[in-house]
Design a protein around this ligand. Structure first.
Ligand code: GRF
Length: 203
Protein backbone atom coordinates (compact mmCIF):
# COMPACT_ATOMS: atom_id res chain seq x y z
CA UNK A 1 0.00 0.00 0.00
CA UNK A 2 1.09 3.54 -0.74
CA UNK A 3 1.16 5.90 2.25
CA UNK A 4 1.27 9.67 2.22
CA UNK A 5 2.06 11.02 5.70
CA UNK A 6 1.15 14.57 6.76
CA UNK A 7 3.07 16.20 9.61
CA UNK A 8 3.59 19.51 11.38
CA UNK A 9 6.22 18.62 13.94
CA UNK A 10 9.17 16.45 14.80
CA UNK A 11 7.68 13.42 13.17
CA UNK A 12 8.35 10.69 15.74
CA UNK A 13 5.28 8.86 14.43
CA UNK A 14 6.58 9.29 10.89
CA UNK A 15 9.97 7.93 11.98
CA UNK A 16 8.29 4.82 13.37
CA UNK A 17 6.38 4.30 10.12
CA UNK A 18 9.50 4.80 8.02
CA UNK A 19 11.35 2.19 10.08
CA UNK A 20 8.45 -0.26 9.78
CA UNK A 21 8.28 0.21 6.01
CA UNK A 22 11.87 -1.01 5.77
CA UNK A 23 10.87 -4.38 7.27
CA UNK A 24 10.21 -7.02 4.65
CA UNK A 25 6.56 -8.01 4.58
CA UNK A 26 5.29 -4.85 6.25
CA UNK A 27 3.15 -4.20 3.20
CA UNK A 28 3.39 -0.43 2.91
CA UNK A 29 5.74 2.28 1.69
CA UNK A 30 5.78 5.99 2.49
CA UNK A 31 5.62 7.51 -1.00
CA UNK A 32 5.55 11.17 0.11
CA UNK A 33 5.54 13.34 3.23
CA UNK A 34 3.66 16.62 3.35
CA UNK A 35 3.63 19.44 5.88
CA UNK A 36 1.81 22.69 6.54
CA UNK A 37 5.03 24.47 7.54
CA UNK A 38 8.68 24.42 6.51
CA UNK A 39 9.75 24.03 10.15
CA UNK A 40 8.27 20.52 10.46
CA UNK A 41 11.37 18.61 11.56
CA UNK A 42 10.04 15.35 10.17
CA UNK A 43 10.52 16.58 6.58
CA UNK A 44 14.24 15.87 6.96
CA UNK A 45 13.53 12.23 7.84
CA UNK A 46 11.90 11.79 4.45
CA UNK A 47 14.53 13.78 2.56
CA UNK A 48 17.32 11.67 4.07
CA UNK A 49 15.66 8.63 2.53
CA UNK A 50 15.01 10.23 -0.84
CA UNK A 51 11.25 10.31 -0.24
CA UNK A 52 9.54 13.28 -1.90
CA UNK A 53 8.24 16.04 0.38
CA UNK A 54 5.96 19.02 -0.08
CA UNK A 55 4.83 21.97 2.03
CA UNK A 56 1.36 23.44 1.55
CA UNK A 57 0.82 26.48 3.80
CA UNK A 58 -2.59 27.89 4.64
CA UNK A 59 -1.09 31.40 4.63
CA UNK A 60 -0.13 31.12 0.98
CA UNK A 61 -3.79 31.06 -0.09
CA UNK A 62 -6.48 33.74 0.05
CA UNK A 63 -9.10 31.25 1.19
CA UNK A 64 -8.91 28.19 3.35
CA UNK A 65 -10.85 26.23 0.70
CA UNK A 66 -8.12 27.01 -1.84
CA UNK A 67 -5.53 25.62 0.54
CA UNK A 68 -7.65 22.51 1.00
CA UNK A 69 -7.95 22.05 -2.76
CA UNK A 70 -4.21 22.54 -3.27
CA UNK A 71 -3.42 20.02 -0.54
CA UNK A 72 -5.86 17.55 -2.08
CA UNK A 73 -4.23 17.93 -5.47
CA UNK A 74 -0.74 17.63 -4.06
CA UNK A 75 -1.55 14.46 -2.11
CA UNK A 76 -3.46 12.99 -5.09
CA UNK A 77 -0.31 13.16 -7.21
CA UNK A 78 1.14 10.36 -5.11
CA UNK A 79 -1.95 8.11 -5.51
CA UNK A 80 -2.05 7.02 -1.87
CA UNK A 81 -4.03 4.07 -0.57
CA UNK A 82 -3.86 5.64 2.89
CA UNK A 83 -3.18 9.18 4.03
CA UNK A 84 -1.98 9.46 7.60
CA UNK A 85 -2.04 12.55 9.74
CA UNK A 86 0.84 12.04 12.16
CA UNK A 87 0.80 15.23 14.19
CA UNK A 88 -0.60 17.30 11.29
CA UNK A 89 -2.03 20.34 13.04
CA UNK A 90 -4.58 21.34 10.42
CA UNK A 91 -8.18 20.36 9.87
CA UNK A 92 -8.74 19.43 6.26
CA UNK A 93 -11.84 20.57 4.37
CA UNK A 94 -14.54 19.22 2.12
CA UNK A 95 -12.41 18.73 -1.00
CA UNK A 96 -9.86 16.66 0.89
CA UNK A 97 -12.51 14.52 2.55
CA UNK A 98 -14.33 14.02 -0.77
CA UNK A 99 -11.12 12.60 -2.22
CA UNK A 100 -9.69 10.72 0.76
CA UNK A 101 -12.64 10.11 3.09
CA UNK A 102 -12.50 6.60 4.55
CA UNK A 103 -8.74 6.38 4.02
CA UNK A 104 -7.50 9.46 5.83
CA UNK A 105 -6.40 8.44 9.32
CA UNK A 106 -5.37 10.49 12.32
CA UNK A 107 -3.62 9.51 15.50
CA UNK A 108 -4.64 11.35 18.66
CA UNK A 109 -3.07 11.29 22.10
CA UNK A 110 -6.15 10.45 24.17
CA UNK A 111 -8.71 7.69 24.43
CA UNK A 112 -11.39 9.38 22.35
CA UNK A 113 -14.10 10.53 22.74
CA UNK A 114 -12.43 11.79 25.92
CA UNK A 115 -10.16 14.80 25.51
CA UNK A 116 -10.26 15.86 21.86
CA UNK A 117 -8.13 18.85 20.91
CA UNK A 118 -4.57 19.99 21.25
CA UNK A 119 -3.97 19.59 25.01
CA UNK A 120 -5.16 16.05 25.55
CA UNK A 121 -2.48 14.81 27.99
CA UNK A 122 -2.80 17.98 30.10
CA UNK A 123 -6.59 17.67 30.04
CA UNK A 124 -6.34 14.03 31.13
CA UNK A 125 -4.14 15.02 34.08
CA UNK A 126 -6.39 17.93 34.99
CA UNK A 127 -9.35 15.57 34.99
CA UNK A 128 -7.59 13.07 37.21
CA UNK A 129 -8.20 10.07 34.98
CA UNK A 130 -6.19 6.96 35.83
CA UNK A 131 -6.02 5.60 32.28
CA UNK A 132 -4.91 7.59 29.22
CA UNK A 133 -3.85 6.46 25.79
CA UNK A 134 -3.89 6.86 22.05
CA UNK A 135 -6.59 6.52 19.40
CA UNK A 136 -6.23 5.86 15.68
CA UNK A 137 -9.35 6.91 13.81
CA UNK A 138 -10.78 7.62 10.39
CA UNK A 139 -11.06 11.38 9.92
CA UNK A 140 -14.52 12.77 9.19
CA UNK A 141 -15.86 16.32 9.17
CA UNK A 142 -15.80 16.55 12.97
CA UNK A 143 -12.80 17.29 15.18
CA UNK A 144 -11.24 14.12 16.63
CA UNK A 145 -14.64 12.53 16.05
CA UNK A 146 -14.43 9.93 13.26
CA UNK A 147 -14.81 6.15 13.44
CA UNK A 148 -12.28 4.59 15.80
CA UNK A 149 -9.91 1.99 14.38
CA UNK A 150 -7.80 1.17 17.43
CA UNK A 151 -7.03 2.35 20.93
CA UNK A 152 -4.18 1.62 23.33
CA UNK A 153 -4.37 2.45 27.02
CA UNK A 154 -1.50 3.51 29.26
CA UNK A 155 -1.63 4.12 33.01
CA UNK A 156 -1.54 7.59 34.52
CA UNK A 157 0.93 7.44 37.40
CA UNK A 158 0.69 9.52 40.59
CA UNK A 159 4.01 11.19 39.85
CA UNK A 160 3.18 12.07 36.23
CA UNK A 161 3.45 15.58 34.85
CA UNK A 162 2.37 16.61 31.35
CA UNK A 163 5.76 15.72 29.92
CA UNK A 164 6.01 12.20 31.34
CA UNK A 165 2.42 11.34 30.47
CA UNK A 166 2.79 12.77 26.95
CA UNK A 167 5.89 10.64 26.41
CA UNK A 168 4.26 7.44 27.71
CA UNK A 169 1.30 8.00 25.40
CA UNK A 170 3.58 8.65 22.42
CA UNK A 171 5.39 5.34 22.90
CA UNK A 172 2.07 3.48 22.81
CA UNK A 173 0.81 5.66 19.98
CA UNK A 174 3.76 4.86 17.70
CA UNK A 175 3.51 1.12 18.31
CA UNK A 176 -0.22 1.20 17.60
CA UNK A 177 0.20 3.25 14.44
CA UNK A 178 2.81 0.91 13.02
CA UNK A 179 0.88 -2.23 13.91
CA UNK A 180 -2.53 -1.08 12.70
CA UNK A 181 -1.44 0.67 9.51
CA UNK A 182 0.50 -2.46 8.56
CA UNK A 183 -2.54 -4.65 9.13
CA UNK A 184 -4.76 -2.27 7.16
CA UNK A 185 -2.24 -2.23 4.32
CA UNK A 186 -2.00 -6.02 4.21
CA UNK A 187 -5.61 -6.99 4.85
CA UNK A 188 -7.78 -4.01 3.88
CA UNK A 189 -10.56 -2.58 6.03
CA UNK A 190 -14.22 -1.68 5.99
CA UNK A 191 -16.05 1.15 7.72
CA UNK A 192 -19.72 0.40 8.39
CA UNK A 193 -22.01 2.20 10.84
CA UNK A 194 -18.99 3.96 12.35
CA UNK A 195 -17.34 0.63 13.07
CA UNK A 196 -14.03 -0.17 11.46
CA UNK A 197 -13.06 -3.77 10.77
CA UNK A 198 -9.63 -4.73 9.51
CA UNK A 199 -9.71 -7.59 7.03
CA UNK A 200 -12.86 -9.23 5.69
CA UNK A 201 -16.11 -7.74 7.01
CA UNK A 202 -18.10 -9.90 9.42
CA UNK A 203 -21.35 -11.15 7.89
C1 GRF B 1 1.20 12.92 18.59
O1 GRF B 1 1.26 12.55 19.93
C2 GRF B 1 -0.20 13.31 18.21
O2 GRF B 1 -1.18 12.55 18.86
C3 GRF B 1 -0.23 14.72 18.66
O3 GRF B 1 1.01 15.24 18.26
C4 GRF B 1 1.96 14.21 18.33
C5 GRF B 1 2.76 14.18 17.05
O4 GRF B 1 4.08 13.91 17.33
N1 GRF B 1 -1.37 15.43 18.12
P1 GRF B 1 5.18 13.64 16.20
O5 GRF B 1 5.30 14.87 15.35
O6 GRF B 1 4.74 12.43 15.42
O7 GRF B 1 6.43 13.37 16.99
Amino acid sequence: ARLVVLISGGGSNLAALLAACEEPGYGAQVVAVGADRFTAGGLALAQERGIPTFVTRVGDFAERTEWDEALTEQVSEYRPDLVISAGFLKLVGAAFLAQFGGRYLNTHNSLLPAFPGMQAPADALAHGVKVAGATLFVVDAGVDAGPIIAQTAVPVLDEDDVETLTERIKVAERAQLVDVVGRMARHGWVVRDRRVTIGAPHP
